[in-house]
Design a protein around this ligand. Structure first.
Ligand code: NAG
Ligand code: NAG
Ligand code: NAG
Ligand code: NAG
Ligand code: NAG
Ligand code: NAG
Ligand code: NAG
Ligand code: NAG
Length: 376
């Protein structure tokens, strides 16, 4: 009893004192690397990982200093830091093409923030050791990246192509890729077989594109993907044929008609699911849709839900802010309450609904007994 009362007291305190006061600490939570690395250059070399951390321009040394102190030749309009001889920075200039005479030992090539519209297939013939290729914020379109341009780059792990004008996922991607970022392009097509050889790809970012459907063979071959971001596309129904290995699936900002009983079937590892701003209505969500015991975080904020959907008792973070919820039924969280039957929910957001603290049934604390915060 004592434990439960202290939970209740803490919950009341958070209702009174913390309503709407938290946003970022809650959202930043479980193990998701935020995509803050658009367009940045490494701040420092992470000597433990042996690879750079691409975060910001802060602390960058003066270009003239590099030129004066580096005995190696360096392409015009690029920086070749002496403390990191395998990196070449040619970012935020006005380059319209990849520089000639790339250094043979270049492994990290930063070309973001230029005006490159075409990368001929011979561009990297002398740079077969490339590990990172950053082409964010350029002018790549249609056939801008030739199918054989990247094919021989057997060391390429990270490919950044965010913020270009590509209309299809490039073909000829090397099988060594671990992360592929294609956010904010005009992609409406994934050709069958595009990902056929990418068995080591773990992250695929496609948010902010024009995809409306995933066909059976589109994503074939992506056996290791754990993060797939399809937010801000043109899906009108929950996409099928997604790789079953996914742990983080982001589908916010699509106009989804609803979820079927089996929409999430087969995702044995799905932990984080984001479906905010999807226009979802309570009747269009099948009662069993979210009954998936692997789920840890579920974001259903900014929809049109009128009731709290049934969620598994293993769920720890549920975001339902800015919906039209008017009732709180404990059976959404607990089918029964007992010594071992209770909800593992830590954070529950219900702010911006037609809820008030007085609408909570008296027995809710027996179900939500490990709650850290509730926002109403
Ligand atoms: C590759 O290296 C060869 C020999 O050094 C050179 O002739 C050629 O121009 C280089 N190609 C590119 C694209 O830099
Ligand atoms: C970028 O290149 C295109 C030609 O490919 C040119 O028309 C345009 O003016 C360039 N933009 C800038 C900002 O230099
Ligand atoms: C890739 O490698 C093959 C075999 O070494 C070679 O014939 C081909 O020209 C290379 N392609 C590019 C674009 O460098
Ligand atoms: C996959 O790899 C094989 C062998 O390297 C190659 O022949 C084939 O063209 C590749 N497929 C794609 C879609 O790149
Ligand atoms: C995929 O990853 C494994 C384990 O790191 C590695 O042995 C293998 O060579 C990689 N495959 C490719 C095509 O790079
Ligand atoms: C979705 O759209 C809203 C409103 O336009 C925007 O504030 C939000 O950042 C978007 N979220 C994602 C994940 O795209
Ligand atoms: C959730 O699914 C499990 C089987 O996966 C089932 O046993 C359980 O009854 C379901 N829960 C509810 C509340 O329907
Ligand atoms: C809560 O939901 C259950 C199952 O849908 C229903 O049987 C019950 O009547 C509801 N309770 C209240 C108070 O609305």
């Amino acid at each position: 009893m004592a434990v439960q009362w202290s939970v209740l007291t803490m919950s009341i305190a958070s209702v009174l004192g913390l309503v709407l006061s938290v946003c970022c600490p809650v959202r930043g939570s479980p193990g998701v690397s935020q995509d803050l690395d658009y367009g940045g250059v490494p701040l420092w070399i992470n000597r433990l990982l042996g690879e750079p951390s691409v975060l910001s321009l802060q602390g960058r040394m003066d270009r003239a200093w590099y030129r004066a102190n580096n005995p190696d030749s360096c392409p015009d309009l690029c920086d070749c830091p002496i403390q990191w001889p395998t990196a070449l920075y040619c970012d935020h200039g006005h380059l319209e093409k990849v520089p000639d005479s790339l250094l043979d030992n270049t492994q990290y090539l930063f070309l973001q923030g230029n005006n490159i519209s075409y990368v001929p297939s011979s561009s990297f013939t002398n740079s077969s050791g490339l590990r990172w290729l950053i082409l964010d914020h350029n002018n790549l379109q249609g056939e801008g990246l030739q199918p054989d341009t990247l094919q021989n780059l057997t060391q390429l792990k990270y490919l950044f192509l965010n913020h270009n004008k590509l209309t299809a996922v490039p073909s000829g991607l090397p099988s060594s890729l671990r992360q592929l970022r294609l956010a904010h392009n005009l992609i409406s097509i994934i050709s069958p077989g595009t990902f056929g050889n990418l068995s080591n790809l773990t992250m695929l970012l496609l948010q902010g594109n024009r995809l409306s459907v995933i066909t059976e063979t589109d994503l074939t071959g992506l056996v290791s993907v754990n993060l797939l971001d399809l937010s801000g596309n043109r899906f009108f129904s929950f996409p099928s044929y997604l790789p079953p290995s996914i742990q983080q699936l982001y589908l916010s900002n699509n106009s989804l008609s609803g979820l079927e009983e089996n929409s999430l079937r087969g995702f044995a590892n799905l932990k984080f699911l984001r479906l905010s701003h999807c226009g979802l209505l309570s009747p269009s969500i099948h009662r069993q849709s979210f009954n998936l015991s692997s789920l840890v975080e579920l974001d259903l904020s900014y929809n049109k839900l009128t009731t709290i959907p049934l969620v598994p008792s293993t769920l720890q973070y549920l975001y339902l802010e800015a919906n039209h919820i008017q009732e709180f039924n404990v059976s959404s969280f607990c089918s029964e309450v007992g010594p071992l039957s209770y909800s593992r929910m830590k954070i529950l957001r219900l702010d911006g609904n037609q809820m008030s603290y007085h609408l909570l049934p008296t027995d809710w604390v027996y179900c939500l007994r490990v709650l850290h915060h509730i926002y109403i």
